[in-house]
Design a protein around this ligand. Structure first.
Ligand code: ATP
Ligand code: MG
Length: 587
């Protein structure tokens, strides 16, 4: 069983039924194993704990952990925690939760901060080799010296400091003697390089900020490129998979790995050995792939944070959010997200995936697995006048039309039913197949009803229908299969449980909500109808659901019992996705 409460044949991401994936990264991995370059594949998923994971991260997670699983390798979860002011332990916990929820587990849990001592020693080594220097330029001056894409940069006046002076200054940076921003340690590479990342990039900066893992131990913090490359090397990562924006950083990544040469300098690893952290020094290879982009969404931690901070959504796990926490609460299943990632595939081609691909993956997963139930979200009373007052019976319904192993359930049936208001029309439009005055419709699994009378209140609003149930059309009777155009769902008014039903829809109304070229921002494109809460009625077997259990409510869509608010006495269901794509052109 998955945590969504439905049988999950696709629970194991590496199960035998998975297709053999053939993307270019897996091709490299196959070749590296075949040639003996690596005997074991090691990957890592390296989130920065500065926000919640979003659906884009699902792609990276499925790739990093998936490859390790498929090829008998190991994947670490590494928190890239080198930016202390934006990071938080709550994010760390949520990220761990998200990765497990998606169906993966890590070989080892690491933090970039576990390696701060190694990074420091590596930096001293670079200084001694003449590969790094302490620079006193301010951030603004550094920018001026860097040049542009068409102009080479200029050497910093501090570039030729001697080794001893550099070592002394760097040690004093580490001792906390200098104020934030007054000095950096920079790699000495090439101020004229066509690749801006190689124009003496900073390796360390001074930042007297407490860190969620190391507290006040460090007044200096390593820069991402330096820390990331060495983190990979320390862990013996064979294939370091990242998104395309890091392609231009690869030469720096390789420079750091080569110049520090952990394998040839085992003493740099001493701080880890002392702490019992196993380590392997191998030479990692960075390979880039394109990000997952989906239209009608925003997908960056920064923008998702803003939506929460500005109160535009009800928190990180608002079911309309594209965070994994939000998608989970909405009723997205791990199997659906893995299916999405498989369908999107891995390449270097940037593209925008249509939102319907995301919804389609969820529909396909839930169609196969979610038990069926009946629920009415806009109730209209229907009284079957030819049944006696206290009439009550139970009907047996199969839980899933295509999966007998899901068994059956009992559905109570009685004289008074709730039906969907939109299943009745006094003046039917053309092609109408549902109930009309004097017309007949099949009550799903119960028989055929004719509408005899429409009761209205003083304002003319319809408050009740009265009808006759054809006794010959009841289950098991000769007329049970009598042809009739429409079938509608219902629940027994006496037995159904009142439920809060939250009808969610896409958060944005336009394909590119964060396209600011029009002078608008995503705030201008919020869908005003993205959340509606109604009171409906569900059959008892739906009310009895556990939180996070998914159902198809017949004819309405796929729903999930809310992870936090649902109880069996006060059911709360979220609409995960409609049965069909109502956004597709022409509908
Ligand atoms: P964001 O830009 O949304 O803040 P990020 O890239 O800064 O995301 P990290 O925590 O640094 O987030 O990312 C961890 C891993 O997830 C990285 O390897 C990154 O490349 C990958 N990743 C992030 N967004 C996507 C995406 N949209 N598609 C695929 N992989 C992604
Ligand atoms: Mg980032």
């Amino acid at each position: 069983m998955s945590s969504s409460g439905v049988p999950d044949p696709a629970a194991s991401p590496s199960d035998a039924s998975s297709p053999v994936r053939q993307d270019f990264i897996r091709q490299v991995v196959r070749e590296d194993l075949a040639s003996g370059k690596h005997s074991e594949i090691r990957t890592r998923f390296p989130p920065e704990p500065n926000g919640y994971l979003h659906i884009g991260h699902a792609k990276a997670i499925c790739l990093d952990f998936g490859i390790a699983a498929e090829f008998g390798g190991r994947c670490n979860l590494r928190f890239d925690d080198t930016n202390p002011e934006k990071e938080d332990l709550a994010f760390v916990r949520a990220i761990e939760d998200d990765v497990r929820w998606l169906g993966f587990d890590w070989a080892e849990l690491r933090h970039a901060s576990d390696y701060f001592e190694v990074y420091y020693l590596a930096a001293e080594k670079l200084i001694r080799q003449g590969d790094a220097y302490v620079c006193d330029l301010t951030a603004e001056q550094v920018r001026e010296y860097r040049g542009t894409l068409v102009e080479p940069g200029r050497d910093s006046p501090f570039r030729d400091r001697g080794v001893e002076e550099n070592l002394d200054l760097f040690r004093r940076m580490r001792a906390g003697e200098f104020a934030d921003g007054t000095r950096t340690l920079r790699a000495k590479i090439d101020m004229a390089s066509g690749n801006m990342n190689l124009r003496d990039p900073a390796l360390y900066r001074i930042k007297k900020v407490a860190h969620q893992n190391t507290g006040d131990a460090w007044p200096i913090y390593p820069m991402y490129d330096f820390a990331h490359a060495l983190g990979d090397a320390v862990e013996g990562i064979t294939h370091s998979l990242c998104t395309l924006e890091f392609e231009d950083h690869r030469p720096l990544y390789d420079w750091v790995v080569d110049r520090v040469d952990l394998a040839g300098t085992p003493e740099l690893l001493a701080p880890l050995t002392a702490r019992g952290l196993p380590n392997v020094a191998a030479k990692p290879r960075q390979i880039e792939f394109s990000r997952l982009n989906i239209n009608y969404t925003v997908m960056s931690k920064r923008k998702l944070t803003q939506l929460v901070a500005e109160g535009l959504v009800d928190g990180w796990d608002d079911p309309r959010m594209y965070t994994l926490q939000g998608l989970r609460r909405r009723g997205y299943t791990p199997a659906a997200l893995r299916l999405l990632v498989d369908r999107v595939g891995i390449s270097k081609q940037n593209s925008v995936i249509d939102f319907s691909v995301l919804e389609g993956a969820l529909r396909d997963d839930l169609d196969a697995r979610a038990p069926r139930r009946m629920a009415v979200v806009d109730p209209l009373k229907l009284v079957l006048t030819n049944l006696p007052d206290g009439h009550a019976e139970t009907l047996t319904f199969s839980n899933h039309p295509k999966d007998e192993t899901q068994g059956t359930r009992e559905v109570p049936f009685s004289r008074q039913l709730w039906i969907e208001r939109e299943d009745f029309a006094e003046v039917p439009p053309k092609g109408w197949k549902r109930l009309i005055p004097g017309g007949e419709v099949r009550l799903r699994g119960a028989g055929i009803v004719r509408c005899d009378e429409v009761i209205k209140d003083d304002s003319g609003a319809i408050v009740e229908l009265r009808g006759t149930l054809d006794p010959e059309s009841r289950p098991g009777m000769d007329g049970a299969n009598r042809k009739i155009k429409g079938t509608i769902h219902w629940v027994s008014a006496a037995h159904a449980v009142e439920a809060e039903v939250r009808l969610f829809d896409r958060l944005f109304t336009v394909e590119k909500p964060d396209d600011e070229s029009t002078g608008k921002t995503y705030r201008d494109h919020l869908n005003p109808d993205s959340k509606r809460s109604v009171t409906g009625y569900v059959e008892p077997a739906a009310a009895a659901a556990a939180p996070e259990q998914a159902f198809q409510f017949e004819r309405l869509g796929y729903f999930v019992a809310d992870r936090y608010d649902h109880t069996t006495t006060r059911p709360v269901f979220n609409r995960s996705v409609t049965l069909r794509d109502t956004w597709a052109a022409g509908t």
